[in-house]
Every structure is written in structure tokens, then in C-alpha cells.
Design a protein around this ligand. Structure first.
Ligand SMILES: *[C@@H]1O[C@H](CO)[C@@H](O)[C@H](O)[C@H]1NC(C)=O
Ligand SMILES: *[C@@H]1O[C@H](CO)[C@@H](O)[C@H](O)[C@H]1NC(C)=O
Ligand SMILES: *[C@@H]1O[C@H](CO)[C@@H](O)[C@H](O)[C@H]1NC(C)=O
Ligand SMILES: *[C@@H]1O[C@H](CO)[C@@H](O)[C@H](O)[C@H]1NC(C)=O
Ligand SMILES: *[C@@H]1O[C@H](CO)[C@@H](O)[C@H](O)[C@H]1NC(C)=O
Ligand SMILES: *[C@@H]1O[C@H](CO)[C@@H](O)[C@H](O)[C@H]1NC(C)=O
Ligand SMILES: *[C@@H]1O[C@H](CO)[C@@H](O)[C@H](O)[C@H]1NC(C)=O
Length: 569
């Protein structure tokens, strides 16, 4: 008889904590989660927190309840209890209840402000079907100004994020060193700044102008250059439980790969990597970047507008992220995307394609709930049509891959005085890629699309780019140079050639220079903020693009089942 009472007390407390952490600026001091045991949860005292909502309307039109229904249906209306470690800081705040009393209309419709993003700026290239943005790709140099000798190694698939505006430098780059015959995969990190040629730098006051040396390295348009010498990113090796068949080669391959850096909702700088899995062959792991690069600690903690230490670490040590039930995981998992609707809750989107989507909430120590994807959601991505496959540019085995971390977006402009981030609609966006392969299954090209999903449970997909996106000076393989440049008069006249066979977008991050009140705002932006896209070129080069959010998120197609708001009223 104790349990219902506990439950009745716990839920209000949980809601209070949630309210407090979401709306108060005062830092909540949490027990720092010392060390996770090697095997998650096994030796921890579980804290039972019911996630049953106080009232469940069984009507199917309340589709945001579907996930809860599914949780509860297989235990015959007994509330499901999640085992949660009380040592973990993420869960100390209690997972957000799935029910937030959202009116039905807003669930089926897309936010009004997204309607403005449906129009296309220009017609797509008539051969390649791409929409080209006016933004250039810029070079990245890992040779710091201070260095005695030039960096001779080559780098690829960079992952870049902006430091807070109060930091001495603007960006952190983590980049993979192109292997030069050795098996070990090395990744290096540096602090870096963007410079622009003097003629262009005045456009934005905070832009630095390039020295002659910078221009010599980066080219005439400037770009991003390390300020500190690149240091090796060291995270402990992880043992694989089992790599079988074709995957055997991965069992002992040293070093992690596919690093991604991003901010959690609490402002923690997170490094997510692929490494050998303790449950299967390859899995995804997270670690706080401050644990890897301690210099960051002081920067994160020194906000001029908020006193106190930086955010408590959810991942003080390398922590494997999981899937629940364990049987739903594949032996080689990759490209998972984390998103944080609030400072106290984070989710993983494991996969997203034309037939399926899987998301789950992180409940601490890398543990997750089962799949909470809305069962009524219709797939938004579309596979190639028969005509496309029958043409000479696509093969039927092209697949969708998540590529970048997600960013939270307040759907109005920072410069608009009526824009209130507390009341405006919010969404998440990320870049996904359609991987096209040749007859041997080897990649021919990656096509870049933006996906947008709701920041409110059950996080429905809202929109996707109508066309793949190219930057101003980018081409796409599979077409001739003339076809690729068909939409750029100057390039055609110059007989410009194809450039870069495979361009792979690894990360999006809000650009440096916004005056955040707090590090918790690093992962959130507005329509008029700039985003940095980190792009790998042909497994041996690295560039980046800088694009305004409202331009990256244009020419969108609304997902099926999401009526446009004006039909609802
Ligand atoms: C449940 O939701 C449906 C549809 O929104 C509504 O018609 C019905 O009145 C609700 N039931 C209760 C008990 O609130
Ligand atoms: C586009 O920009 C990248 C990076 O600055 C550069 O390396 C490349 O040469 C440019 N492409 C073309 C076709 O000019
Ligand atoms: C990048 O470097 C290449 C030479 O490596 C140069 O041709 C190109 O113009 C540079 N890009 C920019 C945007 O300056
Ligand atoms: C979509 O992803 C799921 C889960 O990974 C997979 O089983 C399915 O085959 C994929 N569908 C397509 C059309 O690629
Ligand atoms: C998760 O749930 C969604 C919605 O029901 C479903 O489409 C998807 O296949 C599920 N994922 C897995 C791995 O079962
Ligand atoms: C400013 O924002 C409001 C609502 O947030 C919107 O209605 C209005 O059109 C915006 N104004 C401009 C100039 O963008
Ligand atoms: C698709 O596969 C066929 C063989 O099945 C191959 O000949 C062709 O080159 C591939 N097309 C593309 C665009 O890679």
C-alpha cells in the first residue's frame, strides 16, 4: 500500500523539479555522478519512477499518447516503472512526462512559422535536381599560426562546434587524420578561428581579418584555421563483445571513428564516437569533451552572465549508448542522433528512413527507454521512384543515413522584437544523406537533405527538404560538369570542372558570436542565426559552409499527415 502513495508524491515532485530546471536560471546543484560501473545499472540501487500520466485519454486521435499506450498495454494497465539510477545526473531530474497537455490541433499541424519555409528560392538544377545555395565552401587549415613547421598530414570528416562567445577562440575542430598506412585511427582536436579577407571582414563586426599567411594557407576567401596545435584525442579503447563474419575485421581495429561534437540541452559539450561495442561489434559511445580536453572546463564555466560551475557531466567517462530492448540492436550500429528538448531530457533517434523511425529517451548512464516513436506517424522520407532508378543516375539500393547532430530551433528571428523564445514554436533539425551506391555497393555520392521534427513529444517529423542541397561551388558526382553547373552561368562560361567526388556532411552547429546568456543556449538558435556545416571531401579533405538557418531550411516539403495549420482553424 506504500507504492501508490509514493507515486502520488513522486510525480508532483518530479514535475516541480522539471518546472524548476526548465524555467529557472539558477543552477541546480546535483550530485556529480562519479563513475559509472562497468556494467550499466547492474550494481546500482534503482530508483523507481512511474512514468504513467495522471490521466490517459484513450482516444486514438490523441496520438501523442500512443507511445504511452504502448508502454502500458503490455503490462495490462499497470504503470510501467523505469529502472533509473539515482547516481546519474541526467535522471536525477526525472524523464519528462510524455504528456504535456498539448492541444490536439497543434499535433496534427505544422507550426505556422514553418509555412514560410516551404518556398524554394530558385528552381532546382534541371539535370541533377539539386537546389544550390549561394554560400561558398571554405577551406580549413590545421596548421596553427604559431607552428614552426606546416602541418603535413591530411584530415577528413571534421566535426566543428562553436565555443561560447566569451571564449578566447571561436571554434573547436575534431578531425580524423587520413590514415597513412597504419591501422590506428587518429583524431586530433584544436581551437580555431575563422578569418575573412580584409575587404570582406567588415561585413560582420566580430569577424577577424586574415593575415597574408592565413590567405596563403586557406585561399583567397579565408576560412577556418587552428590557433592551438592539434592534439590527439585520446579516449580509452573499448573491447568488442562479438564481431562475426564480414565484421571480424572490426574486432581489433584500434581507435574510434566518426566523432561528432555537439551541446546537450544542459550545455554539456559532448563527443559521440563509434567504437567497439560491449554488446555487439560496433556501437556508439558518449563522453563529455571536458573530460577529453580539460582546457574546455574553465571556458564553459566562465559565463559572464551566470555564476557557478559549468553543467554537471552526464558522461564523465566513455559511456556506451544502448537500445532497449537489447534484441533490437544491430551488431554494427552507427549514425545515432541525440536531441535535447529541455535541459533535463535527451533522446536518441536511432534511425530514420522511408519506412521506419526509432526514437527513445535517454534515462541515464547511456540507458534508454524502449522505442517511443508515434505509431501513427506516416513516413516522411521518400525512396527513389521507378523512373529515377531506371534512369542512369541512381541505383535502387540507395539508403538514408542520419549524418549530423541535431540543433534546436526557435521558429522566429532573434532580430525580431516580438519573437519570444518562451512562446514561439520550437523544432529540431538535422542533416541526413541519401547514399547512392554503384554496382559494387560502393558510395557514388551523398545527397544532403534537411529534416525537421517537432520539439514537443512525440517529436513528430514535420518536414524535409524537397531537393538535395549543394553549396555555391560544389558539384555532385553522377553528372557531367556541364550538367552539374547548369544552374551557374559563370561556371558554365569558365568551363568549370567537377570538384570533389564525395562530400559528406558530418556536423551542424550554430556559428560563433551570438551573445548567449548561458551555455545551455549553445544548441538552440533562431531563424536568423548562422549554422556551420562541417564537410568531409573524398576521405581526404575538409571544408565548411556557413549558412543562415532560414536559408538552409527552405524549400521544405511538409510530411504526410501534417496538415498545414490554416486548415485547422
Ligand atoms: C478524449 O479525447 C477525445 C478526442 O479529443 C474527446 O472527444 C473526448 O471527450 C476525450 N475524453 C475525455 C474523457 O476527456
Ligand atoms: C569550393 O570550395 C572549396 C573549399 O574552399 C575549394 O577547395 C574548391 O576548390 C572550390 N570548388 C570550386 C569548384 O571552385
Ligand atoms: C581553397 O583552397 C584551394 C586551393 O587548395 C583554392 O583553390 C580555393 O580557392 C580555396 N577556397 C576558398 C573559398 O578560398
Ligand atoms: C529502414 O530502417 C529499418 C531499421 O533499420 C530497416 O529494417 C529497413 O529495412 C529500412 N527500410 C528501408 C526502406 O531502407
Ligand atoms: C519504433 O516504432 C515505430 C512506430 O511504431 C516503428 O515504425 C519502428 O519500426 C519501431 N522501431 C523498431 C526498431 O521497432
Ligand atoms: C516578427 O515575429 C512575428 C511573430 O513572432 C511575426 O508575425 C512577424 O512577421 C515577424 N516580423 C518580421 C519582420 O519578420
Ligand atoms: C548502378 O548499378 C549498375 C549495375 O547494377 C551500374 O552499371 C551502374 O553504374 C550503377 N549506377 C550508378 C549511378 O552508380
Amino acid at each position: 500500500m506504500v507504492k501508490p502513495l509514493v507515486r502520488r508524491i513522486l510525480l508532483p515532485i518530479a514535475l516541480l523539479i522539471l518546472f524548476y530546471t526548465a524555467f529557472c536560471n539558477t543552477p541546480v546543484v546535483l550530485q556529480p555522478s562519479a563513475q559509472y560501473p562497468d556494467h550499466f545499472g547492474k550494481h546500482q540501487e534503482p530508483l523507481h519512477v512511474p512514468i504513467r500520466p495522471p490521466f490517459v485519454n484513450k482516444s486514438r486521435t490523441w496520438d501523442h499518447l500512443a507511445a504511452v499506450d504502448r508502454f502500458t498495454s503490455n503490462v495490462e494497465s499497470k504503470p510501467v516503472e523505469l529502472e533509473i539510477s539515482d547516481q546519474d545526473s541526467e535522471t536525477a531530474r526525472v524523464p519528462a512526462p510524455l504528456i504535456l497537455g498539448v492541444p490536439h490541433n497543434s499535433l496534427r499541424s505544422i507550426p505556422q512559422a514553418l509555412l514560410g519555409q516551404l518556398e524554394c528560392p530558385r528552381a532546382p538544377n534541371r539535370f541533377t535536381n539539386h537546389i544550390r545555395l549561394p554560400n561558398l565552401l571554405y577551406n580549413i587549415s590545421m596548421s596553427p599560426r604559431s607552428a614552426v613547421s606546416r602541418e603535413e598530414r591530411t584530415f577528413w570528416n571534421p566535426t566543428i562546434f562553436a565555443l561560447p562567445y566569451w571564449a578566447k577562440n571561436q571554434y573547436i575542430i575534431v578531425s580524423m587524420v587520413t590514415p597513412d598506412g597504419e591501422a590506428l585511427r587518429r583524431n586530433v582536436l584544436c581551437e580555431a578561428n575563422i578569418c575573412r579577407p580584409k575587404s570582406a571582414a567588415s561585413r560582420l563586426t566580430h569577424e577577424r581579418s586574415c593575415s597574408e599567411d592565413d590567405l596563403g594557407l586557406l585561399g583567397p576567401s579565408g576560412g577556418l584555421r587552428c590557433v592551438t596545435a592539434p592534439i590527439e584525442v585520446i579516449v580509452p579503447p573499448t573491447p568488442a563483445a562479438k564481431c562475426e563474419g564480414r565484421e571480424q575485421v572490426f574486432a581489433d581495429m584500434p581507435g574510434f571513428h566518426d566523432p561528432r561534437i555537439f551541446y546537450s540541452g544542459r550545455g554539456e559539450p559532448i563527443l559521440m564516437v563509434s567504437s567497439q561495442s560491449q554488446y555487439a561489434c560496433i556501437g556508439l559511445w558518449a563522453i563529455d569533451l571536458r573530460a577529453v580536453y580539460p582546457e574546455l572546463e574553465g571556458t564553459i564555466a566562465s559565463s559572464p552572465k551566470r555564476l557557478g560551475p559549468g553543467p554537471v557531466m552526464s558522461y564523465p567517462t566513455l559511456t556506451e549508448l544502448t537500445r532497449s530492448p537489447a534484441s533490437s540492436r544491430g551488431s554494427y550500429e552507427k549514425n545515432w542522433v541525440m536531441f535535447s528538448p529541455s535541459s533535463s531530457s535527451s533522446y536518441l533517434q536511432y534511425e530514420l528512413n522511408s519506412s521506419s523511425r526509432t526514437i527513445a529517451q535517454l534515462i541515464g548512464g547511456g540507458l534508454t527507454t524502449p522505442n517511443i516513436t508515434d505509431t501513427l506517424e506516416e513516413p516522411c522520407l521518400r525512396d527513389l521512384t521507378i523512373e529515377e532508378i531506371e534512369g542512369s543516375h541512381y541505383n535502387e539500393s540507395s539508403t538514408w543515413h542520419q549524418a549530423t547532430p541535431s540543433l534546436k530551433l526557435v521558429l522566429c528571428s532573434r532580430s525580431n522584437s516580438t519573437c519570444n523564445p518562451e512562446t514561439a514554436d520550437t523544432v529540431f533539425f538535422a542533416i541526413i544523406q541519401r547514399k547512392n551506391v554503384n554496382a559494387l555497393g560502393l558510395p557514388v555520392r551523398y545527397e544532403r537533405f534537411v529534416v525537421v521534427w517537432s520539439a514537443v513529444p512525440p517529436f513528430n517529423m514535420l518536414a524535409v527538404s524537397r531537393h538535395p542541397i549543394l553549396m555555391a561551388n560544389e558539384t555532385t558526382s553522377g553528372w557531367t560538369a556541364e550538367e552539374s553547373w547548369d544552374d551557374v552561368q559563370d561556371a558554365l562560361l569558365e568551363n568549370r570542372e567537377l570538384w570533389g567526388r564525395i562530400t559528406y556532411t558530418t556536423t551542424i552547429a550554430y556559428a560563433w558570436g551570438r551573445e548567449e546568456k548561458d551555455v545551455r543556449e549553445k544548441g538552440t538558435g533562431h531563424l536568423d542565426d548562422d549554422v556551420i556545416l562541417s564537410i568531409g571531401v573524398d576521405d581526404e579533405g575538409q571544408v565548411y559552409a556557413r549558412v543562415k538557418v532560414s536559408e538552409l531550411l527552405q524549400c521544405l516539403r511538409v510530411c504526410p499527415g501534417r496538415e498545414q495549420a490554416h486548415f485547422d482553424d
